[in-house]
Design a protein around this ligand. Sequence first.
Ligand SMILES: [Ca+2]
Ligand SMILES: [Ca+2]
Length: 403
Amino acid sequence: MPRRRIRPTALLLITAAVLTGAAGVIGATWQHPGEPDEEESEAVVFAPNASTGSCGVERWSVKTGTDADASKITLQSTTSTSIAALGALARPASLPADNRITPTETTVYRLAATLTEFKLEADSDYHLVLSDTSGNTLIGEIPDPACVGSASPLASSITKARAEFDAKYTPTTSFKSANVPVTVTGVGFFDFLHGQTGVAPNGIELHAILDVQFGSGGPTPSPTPSASASPSASASPTASASAGSCTPTQLLGNPGFETGAASPWTASTGVISNSTSEPPHAGSWDAWLDGYGSTTTDTLSQQVAIPSGCTSATLGFYLHIDTAETSTATAYDTLKVQVLNASGTVLSTLATYSNLDHNTGYAQHTFSLSAYAGQNVTVTFTGAEDSTQQTSFVLDDTSLATS
Ligand SMILES: [Ca+2]
Ligand SMILES: [Ca+2]
């Protein structure tokens, strides 16, 4: 059953970046205006399209994925770790300019941390200081896409991470405090030690950062409008006496499809995809429903038990839609998002998207499932295409966050 898909082009264009190689003058040293920690000054190259007008030099290809070993980065999987665990790694005796220290620099790590402060570096990186509750820190860096070679396998994720950060903050060349919980995904990297703010003792960093999610417990759900309407008579902080307790968590398995297989989702053949035709929101894999331009129904579903003590349960996902349909009036191809009970009865249709909702990049959508606390429900995405003109419904970074 070969897939005959029409190649969408929109997302492929975002990596058409401007490259440092074209820009001149290696070795100029950028001065931080009024910055006390001068050790942070590093060699930079002139790059008129970058945020500061400069990109970096030192191990720059390794930092941005254009080095000789870039293809060795294990993009198809993410390793959960912690600041303490990364900080305990042995520091290599030497750091090659254009090669990677395996396995640390070929591994994509994900960790939860507090973003304590951040700033725009001379090399146009966003410099993030990440800390844990024991006071350990490490640095994460989000390069400027204008400083990343288009051949980098990290380019699209770096662009996305930069946009995620820009949506929340506007870094300047001075440190700003944040002190917010984040989940950061990035490639391991050993930096030279030159007094960088927040540097781990062994110089380990996440560099480049490929994804930033603000809030705790995975992708950030929007605040749910419901569930807080109860009278505030119980001003005491004691847990309410009703049914079970709720441990705030994210309930969906394989939420970003990064295992490269469906489980614990149930998915139609070919839905779990790492095709570059439909780039993921994060990582390497997504769920691509439809896109054939012929009569097709693709489904993706996962059963999940929402604990009875949870007053908030929020389904979230990122959705990209592109289409060959040109109608601005008729929904020829549709994606339904539904909640079913254990018997398969539809409890709610949360949303129906169509070719009319096509967008560039991904949009995040959230829905309250608080009404289903205490139930075993199945979240189902059903994409139905008519006989012609493809529409692709691409999902990534799903979540069902409870609290
Ligand atoms: Ca993914
Ligand atoms: Ca169609």
